[in-house]
Design a protein around this ligand. Structure first.
Ligand code: AMP
Length: 218
């Protein structure tokens, strides 16, 4: 059965790690809006120029731009058999629009990955990303120069993972994204997973949540 999944959670909750893992397991694309935007910034495209300052400040990119990106990405052939949205929707307006985009497709499953603020600030200050394979390395103790344990590529800190920016991103999350819990609460296909555990244990909890949703739908 096709899995159409949206994951949301505060910055550093582990959405990317879990989405990537699940996408590989299921053979469906991980659609990370943050990654799409970062690629545009790195590639120096018109979109990248538009969004760079907003992203560096930890603010949200505008509704129309985001909708255009997601609509186009989900219409591609590889997403027809399922997808994992990572980082979208991030506002109630985006969630409403997503329902419209998906009309006529298999029902949407939504997972919230919940983690407390102080854990996140601590996690993000130590998080590094591989410039070569994109792996997220979480246990670096904040050292500046390290190599990726997966491919040997150089690790670096995302410009929006500095503590002051992280605190701002958390504020944006509580104001703009946390209301999604209320928006989705009444749906049988909505589940919350405790993200304050090791990635392996969170992955098991994600699988359990997906089975529970399937069971409820059967
Ligand atoms: P992420 O990698 O998901 O933490 O996203 C990094 C940054 O990209 C965010 O801080 C926003 O500036 C932007 N972004 C990603 N997804 C969205 C979205 N759904 N709506 C608005 N801005 C987004």
């Amino acid at each position: 059965m096709a899995l159409n999944l949206a994951m949301f959670g505060p910055p550093g909750a582990g959405k990317g790690t879990q989405a990537r893992r699940l996408a590989t397991e299921r053979g469906i694309p991980q659609v990370s809006t943050g990654d799409i935007l970062r690629e545009a910034v790195q590639g120096g495209t018109e979109l990248g120029r538009q969004v760079k300052a907003i992203m560096d400040a930890g603010e949200l990119v505008g509704y129309d731009v985001m909708l255009g990106i997601v609509r186009e990405r989900l219409s591609k052939a590889d997403a027809s058999g399922g997808f994992i949205l990572d980082g979208f929707p991030r506002t109630v307006a985006q969630a409403t629009a997503l329902d419209d985009i998906l009309e006529g497709r298999q029902g949407l499953v939504v997972l919230e990955i919940a983690v407390g603020d102080e854990t996140l600030v601590n996690r993000l200050s130590r998080r590094r990303v591989c410039g070569n394979c994109g792996a997220i390395v979480g246990d670096t103790n904040g050292e500046a120069q390290l190599l990726c344990p997966t491919c040997g590529g150089e690790l670096s800190q995302r410009s929006d993972d500095r503590e002051d920016v992280v605190r701002g991103r958390l504020e944006v999350y509580h104001r703009e994204t946390a209301p999604l819990v209320e928006f989705y609460q009444g749906r049988a296909s909505f589940r919350t997973v405790d993200g304050d555990q090791t990635p392996e244990v969170v992955a098991q909890a994600v699988q359990a949540a997906l089975s529970a949703v399937n069971g409820a739908a059967a």
